[in-house]
Design a protein around this ligand. Structure first.
Ligand SMILES: NC(=O)c1ccc[n+]([C@@H]2O[C@H](COP(=O)([O-])OP(=O)(O)OC[C@H]3O[C@@H](n4cnc5c(N)ncnc54)[C@H](OP(=O)(O)O)[C@@H]3O)[C@@H](O)[C@H]2O)c1
Length: 343
């Protein structure tokens, strides 16, 4: 049996990991951390039956040897020191924050508005988008778990980008459930503000996750240089992300060729659900699962040779967009069945 340490277990992704680990046949909880609730139990803080003691992070550093993997579920900026301390012990580290997702210090500064305090570590982290970078993830010690929005966008557009069929201007309209912001007390995320409302935020070329979309799609494409118009929205549901992507393909490429391309690219992928013609991905296709559902619709079905398509991709932001993908990464890295503990 493998053991996991979870830094930041009282947050939404942390407690989700505890739940997922409980269904995993080869992984169990070693220790879990919290700063504000250290000394209490997880069941004092969340409505779960597990009374794991919560220890402070500094105590966890001394207990790295008790676990096989540490999942960092900390706010970005706070994972850097933790990753340095844990990685120095040789334990496997899977960071759910954004601290090691970008390729270099310049990109980190551009999107996170701060200097990265350990830029020399960035190249040592594998970007853990499992369906695309599986070979690099196998055996990796350091894995940067992808962001929630980029997982939908990158999986939704990967086949087109790889084939060189993705037009340069990509319009993405995304909606996220409120848990995407973490257990925040910020006014915008409180019930009365968010409920029965739909709030765009960071519209234009501002949202930090654009850096990950550019990194992945430009990296896999022969004809990169993509330009994103990205509008995220706060949707008043607890969990789930739905991204609607408006793209163009080269003249002469037909819908059936696009469908064949997606089917071929994702053949055998346990967590990609490609919807047939006429169906559109919804949050319900993926909520409480580790799946990403993808639908492909011509922008105007009366023009079968039209070049515009609407790709919709959905996921559960706390599972495929965070903790589920982190488990998937662990499974691949440790050489286990990739689907262990996931569905
Ligand atoms: N929520 C999502 O859908 C999602 C998806 C993908 C990635 N992520 C990323 O995953 C990370 C965790 O997200 P989350 O939504 O779980 O956040 P969250 O609900 O706000 O939880 C944050 C956790 O970090 C701990 N923490 C906060 N400041 C800390 C510090 N200075 N030192 C040590 N521990 C500290 C908190 O512990 P105490 O408050 O108990 O002390 C809590 O357990 C973030 O980087 C986020 O961007 C989130």
């Amino acid at each position: 049996m493998y053991k996991a340490g979870i830094a930041g277990a009282t947050g939404y992704t942390g407690v989700e990991l505890v739940q997922l680990i409980h269904r995993h046949p080869q992984l169990e909880v070693g220790w879990i951390t919290s700063e504000s609730s250290a000394g209490k139990c997880l069941s004092d803080v969340h409505a779960v039956p597990w009374a794991y003691p919560l220890i402070p992070l500094h105590e966890a550093y001394d207990r790295a040897s008790e676990v096989d993997v540490v999942f960092l579920c900390l706010p970005h900026g706070h994972s850097i020191m933790a990753a340095l301390r844990f990685s120095a012990t040789g334990v496997r580290v899977i960071d759910l924050s954004a601290d090691f997702r970008l390729a270099d210090a310049d990109s980190y500064r551009r999107w996170y508005g701060a200097e990265h305090s350990a830029p020399e570590m960035l190249p040592h982290f594998v970007y853990g988008l499992c369906e695309i970078y599986r070979e690099q993830i196998r055996g990796a010690q350091l894995i940067a778990n992808p962001g929630c929005y980029p997982t939908t966008v990158n999986l939704g557009l990967y086949p087109l980008a790889k084939a060189g069929w993705l037009g340069h201007h990509i319009i993405v309209d995304s909606k996220s459930g409120v848990s995407g912001a973490g257990r925040s007390t910020k006014l915008a995320y409180q019930f009365v503000e968010a409920n029965e409302n739909l709030t765009p935020y960071n519209v234009g070329y501002r949202h930090r996750h654009i850096g990950e979309m550019e990194r992945v799609l430009n990296g896999v494409s022969r004809n990169g240089g993509f330009r994103f118009t990205f509008s995220p929205h706060l949707l008043p549901v607890s969990r789930g992300i739905l991204s609607t992507m408006y793209v163009t393909v080269p003249a002469g490429v037909t819908e059936s060729q696009i469908r064949d391309l997606y089917a071929e690219t994702y053949a055998g992928e346990p967590f990609i659900h490609l919807l047939p013609a006429g169906q559109i991905a919804t949050l319900r296709h993926t909520t409480y699962t580790n799946r990403c559902a993808i639908s492909i619709t011509p922008a105007n079905p009366d023009q079968p040779e039209g070049q515009e398509y609407i790709i919709v991709a959905t996921e559960d932001n706390l599972i495929k967009g965070a903790s589920g993908q982190a488990i998937q990464n662990f499974n691949i890295a440790a050489g286990l069945d990739e689907t262990a503990g996931l569905w």
